[in-house]
Design a protein around this ligand. Structure first.
Ligand code: NAP
Length: 262
């Protein structure tokens, strides 16, 4: 049987690191792409090809895809996992943080999709998996860039999946609920009670990695995981619509937040 080639972005921590461990330990040919050299990973997985490219670098990513196509080594699966979460909309809307989040989470995936669609032909089926979020359904308004980037990412992959359905390109997306990793707390500005509730609805890192790695191989387009988080975020979205000030931090004419959750 042909050894499958998987390229994973953002393998220095969290879900990407778990996926790297899973695929490298199960006889896949793995390319790990990171914005900084992963010395620990190199020592731990000598069989893995480590590439240093920032997913925001449109030209660098395109060059890599074209080089892989020329070497006849295009991955069978891309797991576009790299992402960031920043508080960008607390006291004011911080354009620098917002743009960086969009560049990483949205363009950081589209930078791979675009050169793949440019190729004249594809030697085999290629699965391109975006890691989106249940934040699609119940935004954290303090992390506006995260919400907008993930909702745009999901919509983009839904459209691409339709448009390229009769080619070997298979666009897929994961709507992922909370998982205890660095990113999960980096953008938190919810009231404490919401964080406790959110943690009750999260998946373990091990289960998330296991489920995503299986989904990347199958022919389904969408994975929502875990379902309990989907229901929580849907309920939060509805509560935000029905209860004014549900998330707190609503601005007044003076520019001061109406409630203070700090
Ligand atoms: N954990 C959750 O609750 C959750 C829920 C829904 C969706 N997700 C999504 O799952 C994905 C993985 O997140 P995680 O939970 O594993 O978070 P994480 O532990 O913070 O990992 C993020 C990874 O992305 C890499 N990265 C960030 N910016 C990059 C860039 N410009 N170029 C290349 N790599 C970059 C990071 O590298 P550095 O080490 O260099 O920073 C790190 O390896 C993200 O897309 C996230 O939005 C997570």
């Amino acid at each position: 049987m042909k050894q499958l080639h998987v390229l994973i972005t953002g393998t220095t921590s969290g879900i990407g690191c778990g996926l790297l461990e899973h695929y490298a330990g199960n006889n896949f040919h793995v390319t790990a792409l990171n914005r900084r050299t992963d010395e620990t990973g190199k020592l731990r997985w000598p069989g893995v090809r480590f590439v240093t490219v920032d997913v925001r670098d449109t030209a660098g990513v395109a060059q890599l895809i074209h080089a892989l196509a020329q070497e006849n080594d295009l991955p069978d699966i891309f797991v576009l996992n790299a992402g960031i979460n920043r508080v960008d909309n607390d006291t004011h809307l911080d354009l620098v943080q917002f743009r960086d989040t969009m560049d990483t989470n949205l363009y950081g995936a589209i930078n791979f999709a675009a050169p793949l669609t440019e190729l004249k032909s594809w030697p085999h089926p290629i699965k391109i998996v975006a890691i989106s979020s249940t934040t699609n359904y119940g935004a954290n308004p303090y992390c506006l860039g995260y919400y907008i980037s993930k909702i745009a990412l999901t919509r983009c992959f839904q459209i691409l999946s339709d448009m390229y359905s009769s080619t070997p390109l298979r666009f897929k997306w994961v709507i992922l609920g909370p998982v205890p990793t660095a990113i999960n707390s980096s953008g938190d500005k919810f009231p404490k009670i919401m964080i406790i509730i959110k943690n009750l609805f999260s998946a373990t890192l091990e289960n998330a990695v296991h489920t995503i790695s299986k989904f990347a191989l199958n022919n389904r387009h969408q994975l929502i995981y875990p379902w309990k988080a989907y229901f929580l975020f849907r309920a939060m979205g509805i509560a935000r619509l029905l209860i004014p000030g549900f998330y707190q931090g609503q601005k007044t004419l003076s520019g001061e937040p109406r409630h203070c959750s700090k």
